[in-house]
Design a protein around this ligand. Structure first.
Ligand code: PMP
Length: 438
């Protein structure tokens, strides 16, 4: 093999041999060679604070997780057709964090696969096909998950909306028709779901499911307005549909006040979908359902998943939960997230670019605007900010339908000093930007 001699060569070889539509960050590409907790290191000896990797939830190469995975790799890895303690132990540990009725687990290898399965189960349970999703949502890359993802099917290369998928308004309290200042915004956004349920009824149908993230990720780092999911779940359940919570981005203590995003809305989903942080980077995901749904899905067709639930994944999942709980990461996320958002809000009077600072715990968004009245998105300024922040040693990304939301969701070990240093770097970067220096 002719190993690449430099970054340019490696990039060129990547373009030749790896799928053409795989994106890569930054103008000057980074070659990251090592990770440790909230830090990443490149091949030139530079250190970066990883402010956006929520897959490495408890930190890159967290020793508890590394040790557990290494140990199990050396003992046994096989499918689930033999008895294995790790499988059942992990299912018990995981379901202990969820409401009592959610007690049956299906393990998969990615969030996409888990969402795909969740939709299939809802269709079995209800005998219906139609699904309600939120506008701009992303639920994964499988064929079914793309059908559930307006972010993909409405975008470039998408096939458009399937007739059995229904898009509800994104409950965006900053930019949408009902704003955060309106205490009834949650209920008002929920009426859009009632409208869809009613139109299905007129057509002699009912929804199989409603699926949404419990804080919106790709939709723009948006906490749901108070009362929103309560009202939505009522509308959906009245029509016989199941309520699916996609916790792939937000679960496992990240939101601070609660362990799960749906708990912030005081609701109990029928199906919960877990991914990304669950294995701290190891390919593990899960669907957790009630007994009734599991029984309905036990329909004669075996559910077998070659890698899902293997002992290495299960040992890894256990270690992740142990690290979160043992190191009190949920409380840490709450405290650090609050300090971070407070410091970001203090920047706003000096930087008109900051339209909104929002989030829960260490799931934070900063929406950048050119004008606080018109809310014109600050694009491409945001890309200059992200690029310059990299030079200052902080890795961030962007999100939102208008591509103008700075996305901050670091490993939960991100600490107060990291937060304050990042805010200082942002302050300097915004100053440079307004002076036309970048
Ligand atoms: N759901 C949400 C909310 C996601 O953000 C993602 C991934 N970005 C997925 C599902 C799909 O997960 P995966 O990439 O592991 O298939």
């Amino acid at each position: 093999i002719n190993t690449a001699q430099n970054h340019e060569e490696l990039l060129e070889q990547r373009k030749q041999h790896i799928g053409r539509n795989l994106s890569i960050s930054y103008k000057k590409k980074l070659k990251i060679v090592r990770g440790a907790l909230q830090y990443l290191y490149d091949d030139e000896g530079n250190t970066y604070v990883d402010c956006v990797n929520n897959v490495s939830h408890v930190g890159h190469c967290h020793p508890i997780v590394v040790r557990a995975t290494q140990k199990q790799v050396a003992i046994l890895n096989t499918n689930t057709r033999y008895l294995n303690d790790h499988l059942v132990d992990y299912a018990k540990m995981l379901t202990a964090t969820l409401p009592g009725k959610l007690r049956v687990c299906y393990f998969t290898n990615s969030g996409s696969e888990a969402n795909d399965l969740a939709i299939r189960m809802s269709r079995h349970f209800t005998g219906q096909k139609d699904v309600i999703v939120l506008d701009h949502a992303y639920h994964g890359t499988s064929t079914t998950a793309i059908e559930m993802s307006p972010y993909k099917f409405d975008g470039k290369g998408g096939f458009g909306r399937m007739p059995y998928i229904h898009k509800a308004m994104n409950p965006d309290g900053f930019r949408g028709p009902f704003r955060n200042s309106d205490p009834e915004a949650g209920n008002k956004y929920a009426t859009d779901i009632a409208r869809i349920v009613e139109s299905l009824k007129q057509a002699g149908k009912s929804p199989a499911a409603f699926i949404c993230e419990t804080l919106l990720g790709v939709g723009g780092q948006i906490p749901l307005p108070d009362g929103y999911l309560k009202a939505v779940y009522e509308h959906v359940r009245r029509a016989g549909g199941l309520c699916i919570a996609d916790e792939v981005q937000v679960g496992f203590g990240r939101v601070g006040e609660k362990f799960w995003g749906f708990e912030l809305q005081d609701v109990e989903p029928d199906i919960v979908v877990l991914g990304k942080p669950i294995g701290n980077g190891h390919p593990l995901a899960a669907v957790v359902v009630t007994d009734e749904i599991a029984d309905a899905f036990n329909n004669g067709m075996e559910y077998f998943n070659t890698y899902g639930g293997n002992p290495v994944s299960m040992a890894t999942g256990k270690a992740v939960l142990q690290a979160i709980q043992g190191e009190e990461m949920q409380a840490h996320a709450l405290q650090t997230g609050n300090l971070l958002m407070e410091a970001l809000r203090k920047l706003a009077p000096r930087h008109p670019l900051i339209g909104d600072v929002r989030g829960k715990g260490l799931f934070v968004g900063v929406e950048l605007v050119r004008d606080r009245q018109t809310l014109e998105p600050a694009v491409p300024e945001i890309d200059l900010v992200v690029e310059r922040m990299k030079d200052r040693g902080f890795l961030l990304s962007t999100d939102g339908p208008l591509h103008n939301v700075l996305k901050i969701k670091p490993p939960l070990v991100f600490n107060e000093k990291n937060a304050m240093d990042m805010v200082t770097a942002l302050d300097e970067t915004f100053t440079e930007l307004s002076a036309g220096k970048i």
